[in-house]
Design a protein around this ligand. Structure first.
Ligand code: GAL
Length: 399
């Protein structure tokens, strides 16, 4: 009697679990492609205030950043979004429920700032949260005000919305984020929609229908372990990235001072090959030549912006040695050879790992040396790599 009761209860339990899972899958699969804004055919490029300035932002600094993007030549290389992160608004909405730019720091308002940025040929991004307050708790979120806020952003001339996940009352991202997607679609202006739910509910598996990019990780910090672990977590979802929707391992820390030059080169190489958004996170008004050499490397940017839009994967890992590779247009392959360890070492990329026919002869372009190597490589390429450093190659089979 007891045994059969147990068996029946177990079957019921299994049926309930199966039904719940099926409902969840259906919820994702049946969702229409809500977002059809035509944006994000390439990973977005630009700048964001958070990593360097946190809440210490104001309109003067944003204008100077736009100026600097142009005067340094970064704008010409494709860095077009000037993105204001958290802390730009007053803590309370106005009597009609509208968000109000903080009077002490953004006295001219967002429309004037967008006009300024647009006159420079750039685009303006803003930040809100799928919750009642943003993560800083210094301004309201958009939950329950999606239509109104999306229309406000459109009326200001906003081009990009980063949408965070704090203080949300406990409902699931899949319930809250599509409401903003729909609101943006109703707002009458194409606005790049960047989902920032930190990878909690595997947004790579559903983000494409809702946003143009989705964070796959928690916040990056300006140190090696944080940076490489973000790249690792993001790599798991490589299959899901494609033109129109990108995995986002968080913004760049290059230029903020916490890593060596080689480590920042690894940072840029991994972000480039992973088709990650290239959002500069330092003070571009004061950059050194070393930093400019990294973020302004045209050849690395071209890998990121390649029209195939295929995210690279780790194709070989042996302890601290790694090879990452991904196809590029014109039958080329981008390869990162990475030494995560503490000793200088020789690491080999094999053609069958990186996706080149085994018998092929290959010409290799060294993206950081800006040199095409004289050697023709057959079957593999070996490079000697310093600790916490990498090589980034574009390989082209010639026979
Ligand atoms: C975090 C987000 C950061 C930054 C911050 C602002 O949730 O991941 O990138 O936007 O909030 O408070």
């Amino acid at each position: 009697m007891e045994a059969s009761f147990l068996a029946v209860s177990t079957i019921w339990l299994l049926m309930i679990i199966a039904a719940t899972t099926a409902t969840y899958d259906a919820e994702i699969n049946n969702r229409r492609n809500l977002l059809a804004n035509g944006l994000g055919s390439k990973p977005p490029m630009g700048w964001n205030s958070w990593n360097h300035f946190s809440c210490m932002i104001d309109e003067k600094m944003i204008r100077e950043t736009a100026d600097a993007l142009v005067s340094t030549g970064l704008a010409k290389l494709g860095y077009e979004y000037v993105n204001i992160d958290d802390c730009w608004a007053e803590i309370s909405r106005d009597e009609k429920g509208y968000l109000v730019p903080k009077k002490s720091t953004f006295p001219s308002g967002m429309k004037a700032l967008a006009d300024y940025v647009h006159r420079k040929g750039l685009k303006l991004g803003i930040y809100s949260d799928a919750g009642y307050f943003t993560c800083s708790k210094q301004m309201p979120g958009s939950l329950g005000h999606e239509e109104q806020d999306a229309k406000t952003f459109a009326s200001w001339g906003i081009d990009y919305l980063k949408y965070d996940n704090c203080n949300n009352g406990g409902s699931k991202p899949l319930v809250r984020y599509p409401v903003m997607t729909q609101a943006l679609m109703n707002a009458g202006r194409p606005i790049f929609f960047s989902l920032c739910e930190w990878g909690d509910m595997h947004p790579a598996t559903w983000g494409y229908k809702i946003g143009n990019s989705w964070r796959t990780t928690n916040d990056i910090s300006d140190n090696w372990d944080s940076m490489v672990s973000r790249a690792d977590q993001n790599e798991v979802y490589a299959e899901y990235a494609r033109p129109g929707g990108w995995n986002d391992p968080d913004m760049l820390e290059i230029g903020n001072g916490g890593m060596t030059k080689d480590e920042y080169i690894v940072h840029f190489s991994l972000w480039a090959i992973s088709k990650a958004p290239l959002l500069i996170g330092c003070d571009v008004r004061n950059t050194t030549k070393d930093i400019m050499d990294i973020i302004a490397n045209k050849e690395a940017i071209a890998i990121n912006q390649d029209k195939l839009g295929i995210q690279a994967k780790k194709v070989r890992m042996e302890g601290d040695w790694e090879v990452w590779a991904g196809p590029l247009s014109k039958y080329r392959v981008a390869v990162v050879i990475l030494n995560r360890g503490a000793w200088r070492t020789a690491i080999t990329a094999h053609w069958d790992d990186v996706g080149i026919p085994v018998g092929s002869t290959v010409v290799a372009r060294d993206v950081w040396e800006h040199k095409t190597l004289k050697t023709r490589f057959v079957g593999n390429l070996t490079a000697t790599i310093d600790p916490h450093a990498c090589k980034l190659y574009v390989l082209k089979p010639v026979s």
